[in-house]
Design a protein around this ligand. Sequence first.
Ligand code: 5GP
Length: 113
Amino acid sequence: MASIFTRLINGEIKGEIVHQDEHCAVLKDIHPQAPVHLLVVPKKEIQSLGTARLEDQLLLGHLLLTAAQVAREQGFDETGYRVVINYGEDGGMTVPHLHLHVLAGRPLTWPPG
Ligand code: 5GP
């Protein structure tokens, strides 16, 4: 069965897509943890960072550059932002379809909780 993100990208369930290209889509997170909270999602259903393979390396680079591009477009180049990938139970991963979180719009504390 397709992941929740794939169904969202395909328009089968409702969600807000702010950017899309051949390889990925950028969605607004349904439970934002910052004033801006976006998810950069590859259209290829890679389950997680831990299951990404050498053949995915160009795609992984594209996801990072897309995260930087959307953050720049939304005006966060000067104030900054955070890009996060959660993996596994301790990492807090809840959706088994690789995605990068882009968090911006407030000072983010470190270390994360
Ligand atoms: P994870 O915990 O796997 O790193 O992140 C999953 C993210 O997906 C969470 O921040 C969660 O709020 C978001 N999310 C889960 N279901 C949906 C949904 O149906 N729509 C959108 N836009 N985001 C979702």
